[in-house]
Design a protein around this ligand. Sequence first.
Ligand SMILES: NC(=O)c1ccc[n+]([C@@H]2O[C@H](COP(=O)([O-])OP(=O)(O)OC[C@H]3O[C@@H](n4cnc5c(N)ncnc54)[C@H](OP(=O)(O)O)[C@@H]3O)[C@@H](O)[C@H]2O)c1
Length: 337
Amino acid sequence: MRAFLVNEYAHPAQVSLTINAPEPTPAKDQVLVDVFSAGLNFFDILQCQGKYQNQPPFPFVLGTEFAGRIAKDSPIPEGCPFKPGDRVFGAAQGAFAEKVPAPWSQLLPLPNNMTYDQGAGLFVTWPTSYEALVGRAELKPGEWVLVTAAAGGVGIAAVQLAKALGATVIAAAGSQEKLDVATRYGGADHAVNYTKPNWQQDVLKITNGKGVDVVYDPVGLIRDCLKCIAWKGRALVVGFAAGQIEKLPLNLVLLKNISIVGIHWGAYSKLEPQHLPVVHTALLDLLASGRVKPVVYTDVFPLERLVDGLLALEKRRTWGKAIVRIRDEHETEKSRL
Ligand SMILES: NC(=O)c1ccc[n+]([C@@H]2O[C@H](COP(=O)([O-])OP(=O)(O)OC[C@H]3O[C@@H](n4cnc5c(N)ncnc54)[C@H](OP(=O)(O)O)[C@@H]3O)[C@@H](O)[C@H]2O)c1
C-alpha cells in the first residue's frame, strides 16, 4: 500500500512516499480502516523530525487524524459498535496511508451529511473548541467572544461553535484573506486584523467599550487580548501557534477580576473519560443538524503531494483544515456498484 513511512528523523520534505509499504495488522482492540482523507497538523511536522512529545518506534507511518470506512476484511473486536463498510472518523497513528489500524474507541460515526474530506480534521479540533467554550469558559448566549487565529483549524471551529451557542463573535487573524474566511465560512460577526498596532481599540469600539466576555486563544496572545477583555472575562489558553509559551504578569488578572482557563483536550481520555461521550454527542448533534460545518482548505492534496500540504501549513498559508485525500470518495463508490 502507499504510506508516508518514516525510517529516520527528518523534515517531511526529505521523506519520500513509500508505494509498497506492508499492510498493517490490527492489534486486539483495533479495527482496520480504509483511509479516504487525513487531516494535517503542525505536530505531524514535529513528529517526523523526532521533536514531538509522542514518538512511535521506527519505522512508523506519519499522520493521526482521518476519516474513512471500516475495511471489508477488518476484524471486529468484542464490544465494537462498527461493522465493515461503516463510515467513521477518528485518530490513530499512521493516517497518511491507504489503511490505518485504529482502536475502535478512538472512532466516531461520520454523519451522513458530511464528506470524508470534512470528517478528516474533526476528531481533535472540534471537541477542543467545544469543551473550551462550553466546559471551561461556560459561554452563555448573548456574550461577546474574541477568537484569535480565527481562520485556523481550531479557530474556525470555535467561531462557528460560539455562534451556534448564541454568542456574538469577533474574529482576529493575520491577513484580510483569513478574516474573509472567518466571516464567510465561520459566520463571525466582526473581524479585526491583529497585525495592526492597537488592534484592541477596534475590539473595544465594536463592543461599545465593554470588551469581550471570552477570549479563545490558540496563538499565545493572551497578554495582548487582556487589553480588550471585559470585567470578569474568561481567557482560554488553547495553544501557542506563534511558537513561544506565553508568560503573564498576574496583576493583569487581578485588575479586571478575570479568569485564565486552560484546555487540554487530549488529557480527557485519561483523566475524565466519562466526559468524552457528553462532548461527542453534543458535537455530532450540531454537525448532523448542519448548524456548524467543517471548513476544508481549498487545496486538497493527494497523498503524493502530502509534503506540499505540510509545507503550506508550516508557512502559515493554509486556513480551515488542510487535508490529504488518499482515496476519491466518488471513484470508490462507482467501483462498488
Ligand atoms: N489545547 C488543546 O487541546 C489543543 C488541541 C488542538 C490544537 N491545539 C493547539 O492550537 C494551536 C492551533 O492549532 P490549529 O490546528 O488551529 O493550527 P493552524 O490551523 O495551523 O492555525 C494556526 C494559526 O495560528 C496563527 N499564527 C500566528 N502566529 C503564527 C506563527 N508564528 N506560526 C504559525 N501560525 C501562527 C496563524 O493564523 P494567522 O495567519 O491568522 O495569524 C495560523 O494559521 C496549535 O498550537 C495546537 O497545538 C491545542
